[in-house]
Write a protein that binds this ligand. Structure first.
Ligand SMILES: *Cc1c(COP(=O)(O)O)cnc(C)c1O
Length: 820
């Protein structure tokens, strides 16, 4: 039901009023950004009413709550999504039209809150959307970084990182500061033990510490058409002492400065590493900062309505998004014992029934390990607890596997001078889940085999998903409308309804409509690329897209080497038929990841050469879209024909970009990795292009050595030609060294790492063959349209609504709330 505030006349009046109140100006004189802010405040009014109603229902019905703990939430813009979920988008669009204002232009005024790197952060955002839409009580808990993911500019083909000051112009319109819920967070110092006569137990008192005040800011998470508004609570930091005059004596002055510094630095910036552990002290501070604040809050809220802290797990689950929030385990133990007076055994029982862990990767460089020295210095009391967890767990392991130190070596929480966060998360929780079937199998059979054998009941799979509300309803209005025409509107909250599209796969009219919509979306993206990159592309060409973080395992390098190969073919055989193609890339590289940055430079330079070669008559174009992020992602998925999901098998735990493309009718060109396996299972292998080594083959090579890329270099002239072009100056204005590191990484064993770690040469020919199948199929318009429709039709499984319902059924056990 439409809220009366959105009735056109009423809404227009409210926007006028708001512009006047906020900026002392008239709507006619206001600029787009002012109008954007005014519209946000009108919408926020409606949201706040529902927010309070949701809180009231939660207080009355006392449902179990999941706290989704995540260092990252990559929400994307709020305005459009909020309007859609309030089912007011159409009405507001018309109202603004009548005022001569374009809603899309207003939406473009909003910066993307970029509080995440990539897939992991976006998953958290999709989950919150699904939780609210399904009517489950949930809090997202995170950090209010002052600088989110950097803005990427491409200058002379190189990535340049520009700070993203998303809070400039005075905060964010939809957030609400809640100083009344501030918490103190303590770092460092030492633990004094003192015997307590009354309790007959030792008290553990942290002294000589520095502390900061954690201040929560709440962002509303609006459910679709159900009045539910959940909360994403992100924590900011403020200094505790604020330089009070009386602390200006000698010792305190120094401490005051340090505390001030701590408060200023702790939430300053998001670490821009995806799937890679930086190991910085500040990062561990960030982790403890938001976890301690969130755990304290959850316990305080619980205690308002419940007497027995030993039943905490009946009302609360802490879901840990990767190992980043794992200090929640010892922090909860600390609070339960030191502040709530539980015994170790009581506290352990509660903790291990409250915490649950999602594993996101098996790559060694991403596994979080902290040196004992650092961990114990920063978190002295928490470290004591980790030590005791480790001591008791190792005792258990030794009892179960006598004289088997190998088990200890693999499973201990503290080992070799380091605290191992994954092991802590597994030992300290009741659930360990992987994020796609293949990934979970690899965890159980290989990476976490010992844990799986010891505690199989903890392990489960939750294949990732994406919200169709943002990635179809908002991002692709034309296709969304078409789907609704054919299967009704219910798909918005039940994506399995898309199955009903299957019957149209062979229908000529439906095929024409579907491909026409794809064409319109390609025109829309071409316009964006023209405006932002100054490159002209042909919307009739095949749009072959790879957008995701730049990482060697994701193999953007395989893609661009193949483009170089195609270019060679076209030059050598201009007479051969070649269907025009546009290769579109978008990717940020972590600021310190040199090889990834050189791959960006290579892509841009290859584009620079190919795009300007008149002799190939526009058959091939390469575009690198600057600053890939949620807002432009929505345009990109809608316009894609081919979805490049070409990670080295076994490396991509799930992927979620693959699902967004599928939903928008792109065909997957991919390896049997992550959720690609399940995508192909749903849509049928004949509606995708699968190539390359399998996960088992890759892992066997890795375990037994035996892979030698030189054999491909020596035996395959096409591969050799392309590799030589990395070092002959062809794509570097004659500079033979510009891409030599990339060349070396493929062929030479350097500082103990294997050559071609990601099996690019091994998969090259099979990738090229798959690309030939792409071209052949695209020439058959009906066949392509059929497959494209089937991809949209079979995407139902990949809704995050399905994923969340599985988390609820198997792990969280929540009950739904209803808000009138
Ligand atoms: C979905 C998404 C990702 C994850 O993409 P993958 O292909 O799964 O790595 C990263 N960034 C943004 C902006 C996304 O929307």
């Amino acid at each position: 039901m439409l809220n009366p505030i959105f009735k056109k006349e009423k809404f227009k009046k409210s926007v006028r009023e708001e512009v006047k109140n906020l900026f002392r100006t008239t709507l006619e004189e206001a600029n787009s950004h002012q109008i954007y802010q005014a519209v946000c405040y009108v919408v926020k009014d409606v949201i706040i009413d529902n927010w309070m109603k949701t809180q009231k229902v939660m207080n009355e019905t006392d449902p179990k709550i999941v706290y989704y703990m995540s260092m990252e939430f990559l929400t994307g813009r709020y305005l459009g999504n909020n309007l859609l979920n309030l089912t007011a988008y159409g009405e507001v669009k018309e109202a603004l039209d009548e005022l001569g204002i374009d809603l899309n232009a207003i939406e473009d005024e909003e910066r993307d809150p970029a509080l995440g790197n990539g897939g992991l952060g976006r998953l958290a955002a999709c989950f919150l959307d699904s939780l609210a839409t399904l009517g489950y009580a949930a809090y997202g808990c995170g950090i209010r970084y002052h600088y989110g993911m950097f803005k990427q500019e491409i200058r002379d083909g190189y990535q340049v990182e520009v700070p993203d000051n998303w809070l400039k112009d005075g905060g964010y319109p939809f957030e609400l500061k809640r100083p009344e819920y501030a918490k103190e967070i303590k770092f460092g110092g030492y633990v004094r033990v003192s015997y307590n006569q009354e309790t007959g137990r030792n008290d553990f008192i942290q002294e000589g510490y520095q502390s900061v005040r954690a201040i929560p800011y709440d962002l509303p998470v609006v459910g679709y058409n159900n009045n539910v508004v959940n909360t994403l609570r992100i924590w900011d930091a403020e200094a505790i002492n604020d330089f009070q005059l009386d602390s200006f004596d000698k010792g305190d002055y120094h401490k005051a400065v340090e505390q001030e510094n701590l408060a200023r630095t702790i939430v300053e910036v998001l670490y821009p590493n995806d799937n890679h552990m930086a190991g910085k002290e500040l990062r561990l501070k960030q982790q403890y900062f938001f976890i301690s604040a969130s755990v304290q809050t959850a316990i305080q809220k619980y205690k308002k309505n419940h007497g027995d802290i030993r039943k905490l797990y009946e009302k609360i689950t802490f879901q840990m998004n990767d190992t980043h929030p794992t200090v929640a385990v010892p922090e909860l133990m600390r609070i339960l014992m030191d502040e709530e007076g539980l015994t170790w055994d009581e506290a352990w029982e509660v903790t291990t029934r409250t915490c649950a862990y999602t594993n996101h990767t098996i790559m060694a460089e991403a596994l979080e390990k902290w040196p004992i020295e650092l961990f114990s210095r920063l978190l002295p009391r928490v470290y004591q607890i980790v030590e005791e967890i480790n001591r008791r767990f190792c005792e258990r392991v030794r009892a179960q596997y006598p004289n088997n130190e190998e088990k200890i070596r693999k499973m201990a929480v503290i080992y070799d001078g380091q605290v191992r966060m994954a092991n802590l998360a597994i030992v300290g929780g009741y659930s360990v889940n992987g994020v796609a079937r293949l990934h979970t199998e690899i965890l159980e059979k290989r990476e976490l085999k010992d844990f799986y054998e010891m505690m199989p009941e903890k392990f489960n799979n939750k294949t990732n998903g994406i919200t169709q509300r943002r990635f179809l309803l908002h991002g692709n209005p034309l296709l969304a409308g078409w789907v609704t025409e054919h299967v009704g509107k219910e798909w918005v909250t039940d994506l399995s309804r898309n199955k009903g599209l299957t019957v149209y796969a062979d229908d000529e009219k439906a095929q024409a409509e579907f491909m026409n919509i794809k064409y319109q979306n390609k025109v829309r993206l071409a316009k964006y690329i023209q405006e932002h990159n100054g490159v002209e592309i042909d919307p009739r060409s095949i749009f072959d897209v790879q957008v995701k973080r730049l990482h060697e395992y994701k193999r953007q390098l395989l893609n661009i080497l193949h483009v170089m190969y195609l270019y060679n073919k076209i030059k050598e055989h201009p007479e051969l038929p070649f269907y025009p193609r546009t290769f579109i890339f978008g990717a940020k590289a972590s600021a310190g990841y040199e090889r990834a940055k050189s791959i960006i430079k290579l892509i841009n330079n290859v584009g620079g050469v190919i795009n300007h070669d008149e002799t190939i008559k526009g058959k091939l174009k390469v575009v690198f879209i600057e600053d890939y992020r949620v807002s432009n992602a929505e345009l990109i998925f809608a316009a894609a024909d081919v979805s490049e999901q070409i990670s080295t098998a076994s490396k991509e735990a799930s992927g979620t970009g693959n699902m967004k493309f599928m939903l928008n009718g792109a065909l997957t060109l991919g390896t049997m990795d992550g959720a690609n396996v399940e995508i192909v299972e749903e849509v049928g292998e004949e509606n995708a292009f699968i190539f390359g080594l399998t996960a088992d083959e890759v892992m066997n090579y890795e375990q037994n050595g035996g892979y030698n890329p030189m054999q491909y270099f020596n035996n395959d002239p096409d591969i050799r030609q392309v590799l030589m072009q990395l070092i002959n100056g062809m794509y570097s204005g004659g500079d033979m060294n510009m891409f030599r590191d990339i060349y070396n990484s493929l062929l030479n064993t350097q500082n103990s790492s294997r050559a071609d770690m990601y099996f690019i040469l091994a998969d090259f020919k099979s990738y090229a063959a798959a690309q030939e199948r792409v071209e052949a199929k695209y020439r058959n318009e009906a066949a392509w349209a059929r497959s494209a429709i089937l991809n949209t039709a079979c995407a139902g499984k990949f809704s995050s609504d399905r994923t969340i319902q599985e988390y609820v059924d198997d792990i969280w056990k929540l009950e739904r709330i209803t808000v009138k």
